[in-house]
Design a protein around this ligand. Sequence first.
Ligand SMILES: Cc1cc2nc3c(=O)[nH]c(=O)nc-3n(C[C@H](O)[C@H](O)[C@H](O)COP(=O)(O)OP(=O)(O)OC[C@H]3O[C@@H](n4cnc5c(N)ncnc54)[C@H](O)[C@@H]3O)c2cc1C
Length: 328
Amino acid sequence: MCQSCHVRPVSTYGTPTRRRDGRAHSGTTGTPGRGSGLTTHAPQTAQSVTLPASLDEAVAALTAMPAAVPVAGGTDLMAAVNKGQLRPAGLVGLSRINEIRGWQYQDGHALLGAGLTHARMGRPDFAALIPALAAASRAAGPPQIRNAGTLGGNVVTAAPTGDSLPVLAALEADLVVLGPLGNREIPVSHLLAGRDLLAPGELVAFVRVPLLHAPQVFLKATGRTGPARATASVAVVLDPARRGVRCAVGAVAPMPLRPLEAERWIASLVDWDNDRGLAPEALAAFGEYVAAACIPDPPGDEVLPPAVLHLRRTVAALARRALGRALS
Ligand SMILES: Cc1cc2nc3c(=O)[nH]c(=O)nc-3n(C[C@H](O)[C@H](O)[C@H](O)COP(=O)(O)OP(=O)(O)OC[C@H]3O[C@@H](n4cnc5c(N)ncnc54)[C@H](O)[C@@H]3O)c2cc1C
């Protein structure tokens, strides 16, 4: 945690995909061009494509061919192939694995299949379960991307603009990972922070999310109208059982950020036993607190560049609105 600003980062720069061996990019060419052996116009195709019907078969296929990479919707992976940034020796397609395309309930949690598409998560029945994740899914790209792109792909790509990531960070979700040595669980935040990466042969099978039965809000700002990547996003989740407010800010850093002090301060002002409403001044102060924690003032006499100041104001507005909606 950054002690000076009391913000907990939950991801870092580093490997574009969260694998210990960087396998998904083992065939990368760096800057394509002369001497790279690839051009952006003629990406080499994978030598083998396997389409397993179960998670066990997928793990076996990845174990048998360590140079192969898993592909779900292909919206991130194939974009990298088309740009000549990735040359996988083989592909293990996950789209036929029915067991990861839905969800089930387990001990007060939802066990979400990694193969759930954004389109599926955006539907009303899912929104009744995990409203903020449904809102993030509805905001993730144009319809053709939402129809193909999956939760697992969003998490493993771990792009700063990944819309599900601040929601999963605020929910303190865990990943259920399946590999040749069996199952293990990793907090999503550990994968995003690079503290615990996927090992060779491992797949994200499920995302375990607590069911809080309380309002949750995801808001996203983009630089233009229509579907676009986030310039900033905020997830706010109420946890009445623990009398907590959890907030995560996406896209302003390589990782979703948790403004922990701001969370604790605002939770102490909420009247959890009554209507939970807060004065507009308190909502505004929360927005400013979150924004300043995630985009702190520079040291000394320096001032923030106008674009960064604008971003900070955007985060403040998103956080204020998201909390206001969650408490209304
Ligand atoms: C035009 C366009 C617009 C987009 N807009 C947005 C947007 O607004 N918001 C947003 O968040 N994203 C956006 N994206 C990014 C992308 O659609 C999402 O990240 C999507 O969720 C990726 O899922 P996928 O199934 O397509 O992943 P894939 O491309 O199949 O895989 C991505 C990576 O994850 C790995 N992987 C996939 N599934 C698993 C698994 N179960 N276990 C282990 N590894 C796995 C793959 O090996 C690969 O390294 C956009 C993409 C495009 C092309």
